[in-house]
Design a protein around this ligand. Sequence first.
Ligand code: GYE
Length: 334
Amino acid sequence: MGKMRTQSAPWRAAAVLASVLLVGGVAACGNSDTGGGGTKDDGKITMGFSQVGAESGWRTANTISIKEAATAAGIELKFDDAQQKQENQIKAIRNYIQQKVDVIAFSPVVESGWDTVLKEAKDANIPVILTDRSVDSADKSLYKTFLGSDFVKEGKLAGEWLVEQKKTASGPVNIVELQGSTGAAPANDRKKGFAEAIAANPNLKVIASQTGDFTRAGGKQVMEQFLKANPKIDVLFAHNDDMGLGALEAITAAGKVPGKDITIITIDAVKDGMQALADGKFNFIAECSPLLGPQLMDLAKKVKAGEEVPARIETQETTFTTEQAKEALPNRKY
Ligand code: GYE
């Protein structure tokens, strides 16, 4: 340890001197086209990443994927956890602009209200990549690309499965819905896709719909309320596994058998959700992949190199029944 320190001190001094000279050199070059441009001495890309929070198993897997992929790609990652608050994300993005990172990537907690800060990044010539969730900005030039899932499709797949299951139902099928965080793209879109799909059968009715904030605690608490207020609940549609897992506790505590008395459909397919599905407590999951890290780093490199990238990159995903979950579970990495 001590030896390393004595060796690294002069090395560090030399590195500082070299970078001072280099910065001076670049400044002297101004905007001339003599090559090199603004690239740093080591050519390393620095990415500022603003994460939504740590609200779910999906999010944890997503954070790990991003950190591991950055290391593997040799990208220096500055990471900030916004704790599900837009104001924290805006603060983090402004910090990254000030630090002059090469690329900003973020997963916007809500869809609206990003134009001002995105414009600031654009004015500072720092490319922005949206990942996981998108924004509703009309000006698409404010970001380079959006990498993530089709949340409407996920809601639709969940609804279509239910329509098929209940096609012979002769009376009303009462559905309760646990929504994701209010204003978040996956909450808005999954609700929409599901509603569109179940419209095919007028027996299927959403009798209560409330946010559980994508957390287990939220899912449990709201499901308790649903159970108290509604004597007949046939189906639960939860916008993610974690809320469904929280709801399981409320359902069991109310003396009902999850997966039998109440059909449970969720989205994500993280390990704990898949286990519940394999155990027959959940009945169906529409997958949403959190493993976006490698593609994100690839995009960052391309964007930094000035290459064109597609405006939208959609994640490939599938769906799971109990049988399929049993099969997939042993190899599930997250
Ligand atoms: O489904 C949920 C997480 O934005 C796709 O956020 C993501 C969602 C995911 O909290 O579990």
